[in-house]
Design a protein around this ligand. Structure first.
Ligand SMILES: [Zn+2]
Length: 163
């Protein structure tokens, strides 16, 4: 995992200011300088939440199988709390994504993309036993790792705090 500074420097290098919309834009997979136009207000999709939770669950269990230092049950005080945290992360990420992902720029079907790649991307930013601490800043880190098209909107409290 990159240090905080180099992570944010890399992220900022990909962002540019769009004065018409008073937004920063990050287009991970698009042409540099591309402006995303339509900013639709999306509603959280239960299929996407579930895809996140399942993908992360499978990734954490897989990590625990290959790394003896990872103890899911101990880290989460049991399997019920582990599953509860997987769902919390799924809900949090989908809620954040509806505010910050330019879905119209995606080529993949959103829940399928999450099912295939979300869990592995999460393990790039956090240990398998630590998802009880996953927060909105981590959503940005995961989205950046997935090279998703991200809107950074100054109307959002987190984005204002960050930028
Ligand atoms: Zn924001």
């Amino acid at each position: 995992m990159a240090s905080g500074n180099s992570y944010w420097n890399a992220a900022l290098a990909s962002w540019f200011w769009n004065p018409e919309k008073a937004c920063f834009w990050l287009v991970g997979s698009g042409t540099p300088g591309q402006v995303i136009t339509a900013a639709m207000v999306e509603q959280p999709d239960p299929a996407a939440v579930f895809a996140c939770a399942m993908s992360l669950h499978d990734a954490c269990v897989g990590r625990a199988c290959s790394d003896p230092s990872v103890d899911i049950s101990e880290s989460y005080n049991g399997g019920d709390e582990f599953l509860r945290q997987m769902m919390r992360v799924g809900n949090l990420f989908e809620e954040w994504a509806c505010e910050h992902i330019a879905f119209e720029e995606l080529e993949d079907v959103w829940p399928y993309l999450l099912e295939d790649r979300f869990g592995a991307a999460c393990l790039e930013v956090m240990d398998a036993g630590s998802f009880g601490m996953f927060d909105r800043d981590d959503c940005l880190r995961v989205a950046y790792g997935l090279r998703l098209p991200i809107r950074v909107d100054v109307r959002c409290r987190d984005c204002r705090r960050r930028f």
